[in-house]
Write a protein that binds this ligand. Structure first.
Ligand SMILES: [Zn+2]
Length: 412
């Protein structure tokens, strides 16, 4: 009773539940929720009645992936600064389309770390209200930077002084932000601000952290240079974004305090892969940090710093939907495939404070992906989603997003 053809049973499959891998499992999805999982041989009678029967024997089921660092207002073309001058209505349309690109890649939740005005907050609300289809969006509103700091001429709101930052945090939250982003060092995409420039003072950082945490929201810090990273870790931010100059001492501090690294390897590699097509100051800055970035990531991995997957999609030549590629890149640099999968599921949900996301358990929302192959053996399997379910249903518009998932027709 109450069973409809939209219910799905994935039979006899490998299952990664957000923490560990098990084989010969079954997953039953009824309506929007995952209602049963366990050994396939013990599947309840209701599983056989589900309208959609999927043979998962050659594949692996995981939670929908989470990308903790995107910029939905930006397409990832060569001219970031020009894109930042476009209108907010156009940016909103791009957000919707870019959200679909994530979905098509199997990414069902994203955290946006800086857009135009309140655009991403509003698009996130539209997704929640069912007005448009899209991944769950944890928006930060505008990124917060000091006067003249990285991003001031593109995606960031300027603030100065502890009270200035406190006000800026409150404004983002009033607009609908559910996370906060501060830009605590220079960056690659703003000319004239060196990447290792230490931007926010301790007082400014402490005020921003205090205010975000008072509301119960996580705060991520764009931090590239060593001094800026150390500042952020001692002031209690939840994540270091990029973190290209982490040494052993900082890594141990991060591990001790549970501060995440979101390494955004794709941000640097995308630039280096298109070095002739980006402004020369960008190419130069990217080359300058590339070796540091690799070493820093490896130090963090060895030390046991919590890692969450983030691509920085929307920056130069870094397209939306590249979350799976970031996993491949992290594994190439030494992260184990299981830790990489955790970084894009359970760990990411911890960082974003998204209870119920990033794990598969009875009662959790059915954001589920079936991949061909076994990503714990070959992480590149996550480049090929075979079936994507968003709240228990295949996203209707994923095929129009330009990166069509290879979905097999329902069987049985
Ligand atoms: Zn970014």
């Amino acid at each position: 009773v109450g069973r409809t053809s939209t219910d799905t049973y994935i039979a006899n499959t490998r299952l990664f539940d957000g923490n560990r891998m098990r084989s010969r499992m079954g997953v039953l999805i009824e309506g929007e929720a995952l209602t049963w999982l366990g050994p396939h041989v013990r599947a309840p009678v209701t599983a056989r009645k589900a309208g959609r029967q999927i043979d998962g024997s050659s594949g692996t089921v995981t939670p929908g992936l989470i990308d903790c660092h995107v910029h939905l207002c930006f397409d990832g073309g060569a001219d970031f600064l020009a894109e930042a001058k476009e209108s907010e209505p156009l940016a909103a349309l791009k957000c919707v389309r870019n959200g679909r690109r994530h979905l098509a890649a199997g990414v069902t939740s994203v955290r946006d770390l800086g857009g135009l005005g309140a655009v991403v907050c509003e698009v996130g609300r539209a997704v929640e209200a069912g007005i448009v289809e899209g991944p769950t969006i944890v928006a930060s509103g505008q990124a917060l930077t000091i006067s003249g700091g990285h991003g001031w001429n593109s995606f960031a709101r300027q603030a100065d002084g502890a009270e200035g930052f406190r006000l800026a945090v409150r404004e983002q939250i009033r607009s609908g932000a559910r996370s906060i982003k501060v830009i605590s060092t220079g960056g690659v995409l703003t000319p004239g601000v060196p990447v290792d420039f230490r931007a926010l003072t301790q007082n400014e950082l402490a005020a921003a952290v205090d205010e975000a945490h008072a509301w119960g929201y996580p705060i991520g810090a764009h931090a590239i240079g060593r001094a800026g990273i150390a500042n952020c870790v001692s002031c209690g931010v939840d994540s270091i974004e990029h973190g290209f100059q982490i040494d052993r001492k900082i890594a141990q501090e991060m591990k001790k305090n549970g501060v995440f690294l979101v390494p955004t390897i794709s941000a640097i590699e995308s630039i280096l892969d298109h070095v002739d097509e980006v402004p020369s100051y960008v190419a130069e800055k990217a080359r300058q940090v590339a070796d540091d970035a690799r070493e820093s990531f490896q130090t963090a991995v060895r030390t046991g710093v919590p890692i969450a997957c983030g691509t920085d999609a929307g920056t130069l030549h870094n397209p939306h939907g590249s979350g799976p590629l970031e996993l491949v890149r992290m594994v190439r640099l030494g992260l184990s495939p299981i830790r990489a999968l955790q970084a894009a599921t359970s760990r990411a949900a911890d960082l974003l404070r998204l209870p119920g996301a990033g794990i598969l358990a009875e009662g959790s929302r059915a954001d589920v992906v079936l991949w061909n192959g076994d990503p714990s053996e070959d992480i590149a399997s996550v480049m090929e989603p075979r079936m994507i379910l968003l709240g228990g249903r295949p996203p209707a518009l994923a095929r129009q997003a330009g990166q069509a998932p290879r979905q097999h027709p329902p069987q049985g």
